[in-house]
Design a protein around this ligand. Structure first.
Ligand code: SAH
Ligand code: SF4
Length: 315
């Protein structure tokens, strides 16, 4: 199915983790606001732009700008950064900065942002409420719908093995993704993070996550599906296994090396010691080792391309 629909190409996204400040308190995440054990950092705007330009130099067609929910980056400031990157490169820009207002999402879209990643995390509303103080699933799903209406290519996803999650919850996760008709889906095992309320819980199963990647490819054959860092963290060749199960995207890190260990959403995260150029070579080697090819261009999802063609946006 993967070969028939999206072919052999694996699209690469240069990932910039530009701030670990976060106003949220998600129970599972090492960057949650109440975790005082984290030294906080943020790239200044010039450094963020420079890092994105470097990603373009390394040959990536897309840059993913990800952070905690950090309001230092106001709507206006992030819009300026997006405009500057767009003016200087041919990069597609994917944002992953959490829940913000519709006005901000619209501003960023007008500034040139192409895509947005915001996982629904879990389709069980009660579990969602238990894991996200002061937040609701309705708001999270509302963000996905707003982003979609604004013309973004949208990505959602969930964690596998959250405490309190059952097989039924996972079935609901799949149904919700189908309902939302997402262009991209990223999933990964839950990995317990020290200094969080879930530190002593057991983590998600690698095998179950791989099976879910395969199910996602069958259910959403035209979607872009990454082999996530969390899968590579549980097994040395975890991402290659995910690629063999149906994934077609990888997200090599381009964050300046000195910040990487501080973006510790979960422990043991891979690729924190390397330079961006080394990551590029490492990922290419992994892709070649399984007989696949590196995708060219911006690598938007087939789903998104067809949707726009149907709406007459491509001549
Ligand atoms: N702040 C933004 C983006 C950064 S968090 C947001 O929350 O949308 C990116 C993703 O990391 C989250 O969507 C979540 O699914 C994942 N994550 C957080 N803590 C994790 C953990 N302990 N194990 C595995 N994945 C985790
Ligand atoms: Fe913040 Fe995202 Fe972590 Fe939640 S998952 S605490 S929003 S960085």
């Amino acid at each position: 199915m993967r070969a028939d629909y999206v072919g052999e190409a694996i699209h690469l996204r240069g990932l910039v983790e530009f701030s670990n400040y976060c106003r949220c308190n998600c129970l599972y995440c090492g960057l949650r606001r109440e975790n005082k054990a984290v030294s906080r950092y943020r790239l200044q705007p010039e450094e963020l732009v420079r890092t994105a330009l470097f990603a373009a130099e390394l040959g990536y067609g897309t840059v993913v700008l990800q952070s905690g929910e950090d309001l230092f980056y106001t709507g206006e400031l992030l819009a300026q950064i997006i405009k500057e990157i767009k003016a200087k490169t041919n990069l597609a820009i994917t944002l992953s900065v959490g829940e913000r207002t519709e006005e901000e999402y619209a501003l960023w879209r007008q500034a040139g942002a192409d895509r947005y990643l915001i996982r629904h995390e879990t389709a069980d509303p009660a579990l969602y409420a238990a894991l996200h103080p002061q937040r609701t699933q309705r708001e999270r799903v509302g963000c996905l719908q707003t982003l979609r209406a604004l013309g973004y290519e949208v990505g959602s996803g969930f964690m596998v093995g959250l405490p309190g999650q059952s097989a039924e919850t996972l079935a609901s996760d799949l149904s919700l993704l189908r309902e939302l008709d997402v262009d991209m889906v990223g999933i990964g095992p839950f990995i317990p993070s020290p200094s969080t309320p879930l530190a002593e819980e057991s983590g998600g199963s690698f095998e179950r996550t791989v099976n879910l990647v395969a199910l996602l490819r069958l259910m959403l054959p035209e979607a872009n599906i990454p082999a996530t860092t969390a899968m590579g963290t549980l097994r040395p060749n975890g991402r290659e296994i995910a690629l063999a199960a149906g994934a077609n995207v990888m997200m090599p890190n381009v964050t300046p090396t000195r910040y990487r260990p501080l973006y510790e959403i979960y422990p043991g995260k891979i690729c924190t010691g390397e330079e961006a150029g080394e990551c590029r070579l490492c990922i290419e080697g992994r892709i070649k080792s399984i007989g696949r090819t590196v995708g060219q261009g911006q690598g938007e999802s087939l789903k998104y391309r067809k949707r726009n063609a149907a709406a007459g946006k491509y001549a």
